[in-house]
Design a protein around this ligand. Structure first.
Ligand SMILES: [Zn+2]
Length: 143
């Protein structure tokens, strides 16, 4: 993503997330909120061990999957989710085209027009999600 912003941005992004030389702060902050939600779910279920956390990540959510993967162990360290597997469900961005009367996935450049007929549309139907999709917990038998 972000290819349209030119060479300088692209190289900098690769440096940050490809080589992971610095902490992806944005993704870490997002994951900290996820960990809090998972901790709440755990205490509600009487569990103290999380096996899997699955996130639904839209292409326009502002979170980069590679950075999320990388930041995950940092975000969960010392929490009930420490050691849990992170599953990322990537959601492509899509707009509603009134001319075609259907939903169309938009391309990686996120041009706000229907890829089928070229009609401009700002009606985004998905792609901004950043949600916990599901969590798998270890729940003790005696509860
Ligand atoms: Zn169309």
């Amino acid at each position: 993503m972000h290819e349209q912003r030119g060479e300088r941005q692209r190289l900098r992004t690769t440096d940050r997330f490809g080589e992971c030389q610095t902490v992806p702060v944005h993704e870490l902050a997002l994951l900290s909120s996820v960990v809090k939600a998972v901790e709440n779910a755990c205490s509600a279920a009487g569990s103290s061990e999380v096996k899997v956390v699955a996130l639904r990540v839209g292409a326009l959510s502002g979170a980069m999957p590679a950075a999320l993967d990388w930041a995950w162990p940092l975000a969960v360290a010392g929490s009930v989710a420490e050691g849990a597997e992170l599953v990322l469900e990537e959601v492509p961005a899509a707009v509603w085209c009134p001319a075609c009367d259907t939903e169309r996935e938009i391309d990686a450049f996120y041009t706000w027009q229907c890829p089928g007929c070229g009609q401009p549309t700002a009606d985004l139907v998905r792609g901004r999600e950043f949600l916990v999709s599901y969590v798998e917990l270890e729940v003790p038998d005696h509860l």
